[in-house]
Design a protein around this ligand. Sequence first.
Ligand code: ADP
Length: 479
Amino acid sequence: MSLNLIKSENYINGHWLRADNGQTFQVMNPFDNSLIAEVPACGAAEAERAVSAAHGALKPWQCLTAKERANYLLKWAELIDENKEQLAELMTKEQGKPLAEARGEIDFANSFVRWYAEEAKRAYGDVIPANQPNQHILVTKQAVGVVAMITPWNFPAAMITRKVAPALAAGCTTVIKPAEDTPLTALALMALAEQAGLPAGVMNVVTGNPAQIGRVFTEDHRVRKVSFTGSTSVGKQLMQQSATTVKKVSLELGGHAPFIIFSDADLEKSVDGAIASKFRNTGQTCVCANRIYVHDDIYEQFIELFKKKVAALKVGNGLEKGVVQGPLINKAAIEKVERHVQDALKRGARLIFGGQRVADDKLLFEPTILADVDHSMLVSYEETFGPVAPVIRFRSEEEVIDAANDTPYGLAGYFYSRDIGRVWRVANALEYGVVTVNGGNFATEVAPFGGIKESGIGREGSYYGLDEFLETKYICMFE
Ligand code: ADP
């Protein structure tokens, strides 16, 4: 490794720094609970300094041409590629996901950097025909300003670049607080951005007390936008706090994805899709299938095939070859999974496969299938965020659409059908920001991702994602 990517300091205004009081917190490997590194336990003072740095760097960064900003992003992308293996290993160590998934995430993360390097040049405006002969109406796009970002632990790299890349491309400067469980990937990405020559203050990373740092991010008037990915409850709180200075907010919050398999579906493909959607990242994504609705006619057939394939998923250390299910992120996460399984079984669900920890002293949980789930069970309305697949029987299209939409969430929904009329009807009727038909994985940098209802506000990825970091200015000129 030419560059040491394991950082134990924060990056503010072009300098690697400790917390003012020297305090740190530990980052542990969720597979064996070993210590990987310690990082600064910062609070309000350091967060404020990071905001000042971003504010100071804003004008010169905005004044660069889009092409100049794009060149920084492209250099960063090159370095991410060169260091892909180290980044992926670090991610597996701090987050637990299998190495192949971690490598995939680094590629996915980098796809945003490259995409927005290109999009930087396409923040087009408009010229609008005016109503008066001596009037000219122009619409221009300008960077929002300083953007504060708070990111989760389930995608330690992609959730950062999906926000930072469009922000930097648009001409914004940034302050980032990564999740306490996975700050090392964020700091490693920061080190590579520094190596790419990004000017001081343009990107800053602060780790530590979420409530204190979050308060500065939301209440400091110099921050003009907060972009958050995480739980709905924290998102609501940040939105409320942001109201004090009328900030723009982008929120990518919780989900409770329905995954519907109609009787005319390709059974094999729908089982593979359900596994891809449910068990990626050991079920720890906000777009994981949470309710698998299967039509009565193919219900037992589906369960049989699903069981056969789930039984083949290897659980263990993400660094070990062949492992496709890593540990849960922490103790609270595995306890929630256990609680959900026990509640479902108590209320009459049928255990088809799994259902338990792999070992008492580990955060590994068996991939689990529960059949005959109904809407009284916790799994059917709370996010499990773990490797538990609840299967629910349905009989009619109308019934399943009503059930699928009966949730405050609206992030991702999936269904399988080969009937073109049904495909249109159901795609339109599902109240979700993303609907995937005949597939289990929709993630790409070229499409807009985001939720409706209590799953969030705003879109990430694609040209829509750039707009989130731009203000629309109307310039009215009279001759
Ligand atoms: P999860 O339950 O998946 O950990 P959270 O919403 O708690 O989801 O965490 C997502 C991100 O939000 C993390 O970076 C976390 O540190 C941060 N966070 C948690 N509580 C607060 C808060 N009160 N203010 C600001 N950020 C917070």
